[in-house]
Design a protein around this ligand. Structure first.
Ligand code: PBG
Length: 326
């Protein structure tokens, strides 16, 4: 009996650090990480964000520097989000289509001074709408799917024309990937990549992000449950994923990340498209606040959380901690 148990000594493979390294199945590199950057008007501005400690809103000139720092660290892509001035917000979010808006100017400047880094732009109207929803509303106050999709196509074209490499629709309207793909191709942007937020849940973990871009005040008590997914479901996520794949998405985002590892794992069994995990603002805030209070070791727990995404089947991770891992 004891003899038999000795065949099964799993601790044998864990005895030495070199052996554990030799046998480890998952790794994280700088090149697996995408850094989100918040952009504000002005120059030489670096604003703290109350609920995202150590993350800032940068004016374009400093965002360029941040992109350069990321590039030097070996990060391959950034995701940029505009903080739109209040007086530019409207019911239809039309500022999203302005060729000279904050995000377009940011794309151009970053491309000029840091051409090696990939730029990902969010497609959704929420930074631009007075009501804080990702689309326009119909007479009844519902987010109007097809009218929104038309605007999203124009928003994507505006960003592509500015030089954005990857378009990331985060709005969760039906049919937007196919519509955006056709619009891009029609206008000669067939090389522009689509990274769709395929399974994006109506999550409580986006709070700090909405504060950062100033959309929470606009949204007030409203929620996004009629377009973002119900967090009680995972089979539905597979429908979303297969749909986006069929519509021509080049890669898929699952969001949030840590509480949704099961969805990443399941998705990786249903699609061969690359899967990107989004470790969202609330997840970063949990790690950061807990470590600031001495409950967690920030770097170690961040590293562990990123490995967990790899283990689940993600090939890259969008994380506010992208500069902190190495
Ligand atoms: C906008 C958008 C959101 C996030 C990314 N793009 C917020 C939302 O859907 O309300 C959340 C990112 C995060 O929490 O880090 N559609």
């Amino acid at each position: 009996m004891t003899e038999k148990l000795h065949f099964q000594r799993l601790r044998r493979n864990r005895k030495y650090s070199w052996l554990r390294d030799l046998l480890s199945e998952n790794f994280i590199n700088q090149s697996d990480l995408i850094l989100p950057i918040f952009i504000i008007e002005g120059s030489n501005l670096k604003q703290e964000i109350k609920n995202l400690p150590d993350i800032y809103r940068f004016s374009i000139d400093l965002a360029v520097k941040q992109a350069q720092i990321a590039h030097q660290k070996g990060i391959k892509a950034i995701m940029i989000f505009p903080v739109v001035e209040k007086n530019l917000k409207t019911a239809d979010g039309i500022e999203a289509l302005n060729k000279n808006n904050l995000i377009c100017r940011a794309v151009k400047e970053i491309k000029k001074y840091c051409p090696e880094i990939g730029i990902i732009c969010d497609v959704a109207l929420d930074p631009y709408t007075l009501h804080g929803h990702d689309g326009v509303l119909d007479e009844k106050g519902d987010v109007a799917n097809d009218k929104t999709v038309e605007l999203l196509c124009k928003q994507a074209l505006t960003q592509a024309a500015a030089g954005c490499d990857i378009i990331a629709p985060s709005d969760m309207m039906d049919g937007r990937v196919a519509a955006i793909r056709s619009a891009l191709d029609r206008e000669g942007f067939h090389k522009v990549v689509i990274m769709s937020y395929a399974a994006k849940y109506a999550s409580n973990f986006y709070g700090p992000f909405r504060d950062a871009v100033g959309s929470s005040g606009n949204l007030q008590k409203a929620d996004k449950k009629t377009y973002q997914m119900d967090f009680r479901n995972s089979r539905e996520a597979i429908r979303e994923i297969l749909q986006d794949e069929k519509e021509g998405s080049d890669m898929l985002i699952i969001k949030p990340g840590m509480p949704y590892l099961d969805v990443i794992c399941k998705a990786s069994q249903h699609t061969n498209l690359p899967i990107i995990a989004y470790q969202v603002s609330g997840e970063y805030a949990m790690l950061k606040f807990a470590s600031k209070h001495g409950a967690l070791d920030y770097k170690a727990s961040l590293h562990e959380s990123l490995i967990a995404f790899k283990r689940a089947g993600a090939c890259a991770i969008i994380t506010y901690g992208a500069l902190d891992v190495f």
